[in-house]
Design a protein around this ligand. Structure first.
Ligand code: CAA
Length: 256
């Protein structure tokens, strides 16, 4: 099976899905999100696939976020729709998948990239990766579930600091925070993800689906997710959003 902008391989009941848009550090534009949606839907129907590893192409980036150039001219309604569509097609869909997703974070996991890793069920990071939610540097908030899932993973204080400062964590700090389960040298990343998948494979796939469903009953779909979409949209009407996105595209620092 083939999906645009993705590479899929299946070996011994483990699928590895690689996002391939290296010219934009694997940033998530509409086409990549649609393609990932189709791949996740398809993988859920494949009974011979029991675990999915999600990673990015190249050594530099897992995913550097939502595609800023694509949404820079959006207004509030389009911004809210972007967030709602992303949640529905990809982020909530991965979180609710019937089999475990392991994010293998091979480099930058920023904004929508970290949000995608957090929608996965567990995370392994290369030691050189950098992780963060830098949306406030663009005059935005995280709009793909980050305001909710980051708090769940690292606690409110650390999540607030990360989002308010827009700064990146190194992998070691991310592990200490509980944001990633394990850190390994980059050349061993996929091997480590396959090792974790092998541990999962010893156990019941039906029980894995049941664990995901039971855990999600407490952590997914709360009112904060809908609020995030509404507030993300509202940010698109601010002067800081205009300045933040323009500054990124002009490769300069924003002046807030
Ligand atoms: N969207 C679109 N293009 C992006 C991108 C993004 N999120 N991140 C990187 N790129 C592009 C750059 O524009 C550049 O393209 P050109 O070569 O055509 O100029 C190319 O990828 C390489 O990037 P850089 O030249 O910037 O590489 P660098 O090594 O100097 O910096 C980086 C790397 C620190 C990751 C930097 O690219 C960066 O800060 N990227 C943006 C990170 C970010 O703000 N992400 C959040 C996006 S908003 C979001 O995700 C909203 C949401 O929650 C829904």
């Amino acid at each position: 099976m083939e999906f645009p902008h993705l590479h899929l391989s299946i070996d011994q009941r483990v699928a590895t899905l690689t996002i391939e848009r290296p010219e934009a550090l694997n940033a998530l534009n509409k086409a990549v999100i649609q393609s990932l949606h189709q791949a996740v839907e398809w993988l859920d129907t494949q009974s011979e696939v029991r675990v999915v590893i999600l990673t990015g192409s190249g050594a530099k980036s897992f995913v550097a976020g939502a595609d800023i150039a694509e949404f820079a001219s959006f207004g509030p309604k389009e911004g809210e729709a972007l967030s709602e569509t992303g949640h529905r097609l990809l982020f909530d869909r991965v979180a609710a998948a019937q089999k475990p997703y392991i994010a293998a974070i091979n480099g930058y996991a920023l904004g929508g990239g970290l949000e995608l890793a957090m929608a996965c069920h567990v995370r392994i990071s290369s030691s050189s990766a950098r992780l963060g939610l830098p949306e406030t540097s663009l005059g935005l908030i995280p709009g793909y579930g980050g305001t909710q899932r980051l708090v769940q993973l690292v606690g409110k204080g650390r999540a607030m600091e990360m989002m308010l400062s827009a700064s990146m964590l190194d992998a070691e700090t991310a592990e200490r925070y509980g944001l990633v389960n394990q850190v390994v040298e980059g050349e061993h990343l996929l091997e480590a993800a396959q090792g974790m998948a092998a541990k999962f494979l010893k156990n019941s796939g039906q029980a894995h689906s049941a664990v995901i469903q039971a855990v999600n009953a407490a952590t997914e779909g709360g009112p904060g997710f809908a609020e995030e979409q509404r507030i993300f949209g509202a940010c698109f009407g601010t002067t800081d959003f205009a300045e933040g996105t323009t500054a990124f595209l002009e490769k300069r620092k924003p002046s807030f």
